[in-house]
Design a protein around this ligand. Sequence first.
Ligand code: MG
Length: 167
Amino acid sequence: MTTGLRIGQGYDVHAFQPGDYVTLGGVRIPHSQGVRAHSDGDVVLHALCDALLGAAGLGDIGMHFPDTDPRWKGADSRKFVRHARSLLEQRGYSIVNVDLTVLAEAPRLGKHRDVMRANIGEDLGIDVERVNIKATTSEGLGFIGHREGLACHAIALIERSAAITPA
Ligand code: MG
């Protein structure tokens, strides 16, 4: 039996630097630190892009949006997500669901989670119910626990429609 299902995984890290907000899931969240990044440093959307690209066998975010390219300086990472979606759609894939785990001691995502999900659902063209966002601390251990940076893991399931599936 063949299946059109593909799964992909992504991971991203950004270091904290002096600042007063972080951008996660396209939401600017007030925080006592900022992140060091060429783009907006949105670990959630970067991990998500890698999961999507990975599922479709399309490499990684660095290949599509090199951080040496001035076009992506300070870029809104939602652009990356929409581009990744279009690459998948061009190949006949639709997105089934995505699941994201943010690793950070702070900020807390609680009240921002619904907006993050809505942003991602909108950019991927899927129902919010197919976008899950989890958060965990690192119990004070390692670079996350020492508040040196934050990270995100992502998983994406995609499906190739039967009409376009090659032999
Ligand atoms: Mg990144």
